[in-house]
Design a protein around this ligand. Structure first.
Ligand SMILES: [Mg+2]
Length: 132
């Protein structure tokens, strides 16, 4: 699970760019094209961070995050937001997102968000270990 990231985006180009960036940063990354595919992936393999697009057909990113939060308050979930997105930061927080990244992607911003994400994930894991 350590260092594993799952990227969910319905656009081939965005998946490709994110995968390349994250591999370049040294992370173990899987990419899927929908929330449904993400749940199948997560049933087989846990990850520390999920980075998800918001505007997707079928299940959108907000609903996806809310569904994750029904059973999981530990995994870091980061939203990918575009210029035309209708979601504000408050709404994303309410849905259970830990952070959001704006498109177009900037390498240093992504890098920092992921480092913060792993740090927070470790903190949550330690907290959980202490209370269980
Ligand atoms: Mg999309």
């Amino acid at each position: 699970m350590e260092n594993k990231i799952l990227v969910v985006d319905d656009e081939d180009y965005h998946r490709e760019v994110m995968q390349k960036l994250l591999v370049k940063l040294g992370y173990d990354v899987a990419v899927v094209e929908s929330a449904e595919a993400a749940f199948s992936h997560l049933a087989k393999e846990k990850v520390s961070i999920i980075i998800t697009d918001l505007i997707m057909l079928e299940m959108d990113g907000v609903e996806f995050c809310q569904k994750i939060r029904e059973t999981d308050d530990k995994t870091i979930v980061i939203a990918l937001t575009g210029h035309t997105d209708l979601y504000d930061a408050e709404k994303l927080k309410e849905a259970g997102f830990d952070n959001h990244l704006d498109k177009p992607f900037k390498l240093d911003v992504i890098k920092e968000a992921i480092q913060d994400g792993f740090e927070e994930f470790r903190r949550r894991t330690e907290l959980q270990d202490k209370t269980s």
